[in-house]
Ligand binder design. Structure first.
Ligand SMILES: N[C@@H](CCC[C@H](N)C(=O)O)C(=O)O
Length: 300
């Protein structure tokens, strides 16, 4: 009988994840980590609860890694195999990838000193460089934001216009003067399926301090995530929102402080880079029980 499975729960600005260490790819193959298992793990009452699952696996054990990483496969020892809470795959996760690096360090799979200059990690959105800051936070360079038009979303009967931005995954970043606290984000926003054939993460953003020379811009956002629902934070959403706030002010670069319901992130937008910084926390570590897994219970 298989020994019980090690599992961790953690979060980045309260965007929370179930983390499954599977370095050699033999514990959680696709056939076992199917959509139904992801939904069970993320269930907040009958499972551990989370906005998604992160499988910590070496890239060589991920069947689709060569296709998504190409020549970068050699420099990406590790692969962040991310799933949304509904079981769907996502290309990228800005909060998850910081937690992923933190787990590599805390599980003894990577030396923290090795992250000082940055390490490459594989994702379905391509390779990403990330590292540990001296203050205990983590950073990730998402590469440049890619704008692909304007669109709109309907949230609780109200229409919001925004920029379509890819951070590897799709976003609609809507600047608004609406009272963010008063918005009901419980239902899936309606969106333009032609612009977003794979679905979209919708950010509603208010500008607290507009981008200006010599001072960081400051924005606040709420987000409805594809495959999850409203979450307390979204790292790629913060990057898309920072890009949209800068673009609205006619800027293409700058630092933007992003307040999310679960905390604070910082985004540095440069000509070819989007560097996201923020915390990552492991809350608990333990084992899944045979009882929950539906396997023979030892001693019974
Ligand atoms: N919370 C994440 C984004 C996770 C993926 C997203 N729901 C999608 O389907 O694109 C983040 O921190 O970026």
């Amino acid at each position: 009988m298989r020994t019980r499975d090690r599992v961790l729960v953690g979060h980045g600005t309260e965007n929370d994840f179930v983390v499954l260490p599977d370095p050699d790819g033999d514990r959680w193959p696709e056939i076992r980590l199917d959509a139904a298992m992801v939904r069970r793990l993320c269930d907040r009452r009958a499972g551990l609860g989370g906005d998604g699952v992160l499988r910590v696996v070496r890239s060589v054990h991920v069947p689709d890694a060569p296709a998504v990483l190409g020549d970068a496969l050699d420099r990406c020892e590790w692969f962040m195999d991310h799933r949304n809470a509904d079981g769907s795959l996502a290309e990228m996760c800005g909060n998850g990838v910081r937690l992923f690096l933190h787990v590599l360090v805390t599980e003894g799979l990577l030396d923290r000193a090795a992250c000082a200059d940055g390490v490459w990690v594989g994702t379905r959105g391509g390779p990403r460089r990330l590292g540990a800051g001296a203050d205990g936070t983590y950073w990730v360079d998402m590469g440049p934001a890619r704008e692909f038009g304007r669109g709109s979303a309907e949230v609780a009967g109200r229409r919001f216009e925004g920029l379509a931005v890819s951070m590897g995954n799709p976003h609609l970043a809507c600047l608004t003067d609406a009272d963010l606290d008063a918005l009901d984000l419980t239902a899936q926003p309606r969106f333009d399926a032609e612009l977003f054939p794979e679905g979209v993460n919708v950010e509603l953003i208010t500008v607290l301090r507009a981008p200006a020379e010599g001072a960081d811009a400051h924005i606040r956002l709420r987000v409805h995530e594809r495959g999850v629902g409203e979450t307390r934070s979204c790292g790629t959403g913060a990057c898309a929102a920072a890009y949209a706030a800068l673009a609205d002010a006619g800027a293409t670069a700058g630092t933007v402080v992003v307040d999310v319901p679960g905390g604070r992130l910082t985004v540095d937008v440069g000509p070819d880079t989007t560097v996201l910084r923020g915390p990552a926390v492991v809350v608990a570590a333990g084992e899944l029980t045979a009882e929950w897994l539906g396997e023979p219970v030892p001693g019974s």
